[in-house]
Ligand binder design. Structure first.
Ligand code: NAD
Ligand code: TDX
Length: 332
């Protein structure tokens, strides 16, 4: 049994991780989350009370973080400002949380010599051409494009420097695009599913040729647990499940599964600096730590995700109109 401190556990991937840990281990979890617009306590309902605790707070609050880190065995750091579009319109919270927040956590982990796992993204590597035969590996140079991805890259580099200079007991993982339940309606897949439910035509940025490498959130969670259990301190592991799809294909698939005309979507203003393609080579994680993804059928995964949004309207409805109003202002 380990005591895990999970930052950002009320967000999309963090909450999926907490449910996964509860179902698959006997670990104890404390979630530290600020409950920004992206955090939702409803995502953590029904967890066993004797193994779970929630603390509302900011990862940049050094005193709070110090006390919590000292009380746990492992810090699993998901908390972040996570949406690229928001980072283009108001970058400051990205610097505060992704850079200063991470700094605050690693200072505490260093002080108490605690195991630290840093959750990051494939976006730190920039993007690939559509026909590039190469995929991202742990050796790919950093080349982030957006305020979001540059602050994530900055946070990764802080963790690496703390490992080298101070002996921080840390690992890092960089994962591709996640899908599944509890994802905020500002993000691509939930936005289009809930648009289709509401009779709004899905919105595709630009031509819709951009490629993302989709992975189910549960596969991300199993990979993170594998790294915590078997990963080598100081190492970075890329997480991906060979799920490359362009955005147009994804929208058409959603519309088909929802019984609507697969061409009934709009092209809207493109994202500034929009990364063209991400693709992950996760051989290191598979070969060295023996991890394999369980969700290979994207079609079935999308069907389940659509059903989840149909069944959980009370979870997403309160966010929907404000999110769409914001996009409308941006011409998206
Ligand atoms: P999310 O926006 O859904 O959740 C972020 C959570 O962090 C929210 O609960 C929010 O309240 C909390 N938070 C934000 N600022 C905080 C602060 N200062 N103090 C404490 N809590 C704070 O994000 P997500 O999509 O679940 O992403 C989680 C992590 O995974 C991020 O680090 C992100 O970079 C990384 N990641 C995401 C994806 C993806 O596809 N979504 C892919 C790879 C990596
Ligand atoms: O309405 C939309 N229409 C559209 O075409 C939205 C919201 C997005 N898109 C496009 C932009 C991207 O090419 O869909 C793709 C996916 O967009 P997002 O869901 O915003 O994800 P992305 O920008 O790829 O970043 C996500 O994956 C990596 C997460 O939000 C990040 O936190 C993670 O690091």
């Amino acid at each position: 049994m380990q005591r895990l401190l999970v930052t950002g556990g009320a967000g999309f991937i963090g909450s999926n991780f907490v449910h996964y840990v509860m179902a698959n281990t006997d670990n104890y979890v404390t979630v530290l989350d600020k409950l920004t617009y992206a955090g939702n306590l409803e995502s953590l309902k029904g967890l066993p009370e004797d193994r779970f605790r929630f603390v509302k707070g900011d990862i940049s609050d050094a005193e709070l973080v110090d006390g919590l880190v000292s009380d746990h065995d492992v810090v699993v750091h998901y908390a972040a400002e996570s949406h690229n579009d928001n980072s283009l319109h108001d970058p400051r919270p990205f610097l505060d949380t992704n850079i200063i927040g991470t700094y605050t956590l690693i200072e505490a982990a260093r002080k108490y010599n605690k195991r630290f796992h840093h959750i990051s993204t494939d976006e730190v590597y920039g993007d690939l051409e559509l026909d590039d035969p190469e995929r991202f590996t742990e050796e790919t140079p950093y080349n982030p494009s957006s305020p979001y991805s540059s602050t994530k890259a900055g946070s990764d580099l802080l963790v690496r420097a703390w490992v080298r200079s101070f002996g921080l007991q840390a690992t890092i993982s960089n994962c591709s695009n996640n899908y599944g339940p509890y994802q905020h309606v500002e993000k691509f897949i939930p936005r289009q599913i809930t648009n289709a439910i509401d009779g709004i035509r899905p919105k595709l940025y630009g031509k819709g040729e951009n490629v993302r490498d989709w992975i189910h959130a549960d596969d991300h969670s199993s990979a993170v647990l594998t790294i915590i259990e078997k990963g080598v301190v100081g190492e970075t592991y890329l997480i991906g499940a060979d799920g490359e799809k362009n955005n147009k294909e994804v929208v058409e698939l959603i519309l088909r599964h929802m019984g609507q005309d697969s061409g009934a979507y709009d092209h809207v203003v493109d994202r500034a600096g929009h990364d063209l393609r991400y693709a992950i080579d996760s051989s290191k994680l598979r070969n060295e730590l023996g991890w394999t993804p369980q969700f290979s059928d994207f079609d079935a995964g999308i069907e389940d995700t659509i059903q989840w949004y149909r069944d959980n309207e009370s979870w997403w409805r309160p966010q929907k109109s404000a999110t769409e109003a914001k996009y409308k202002e941006q011409g998206q």
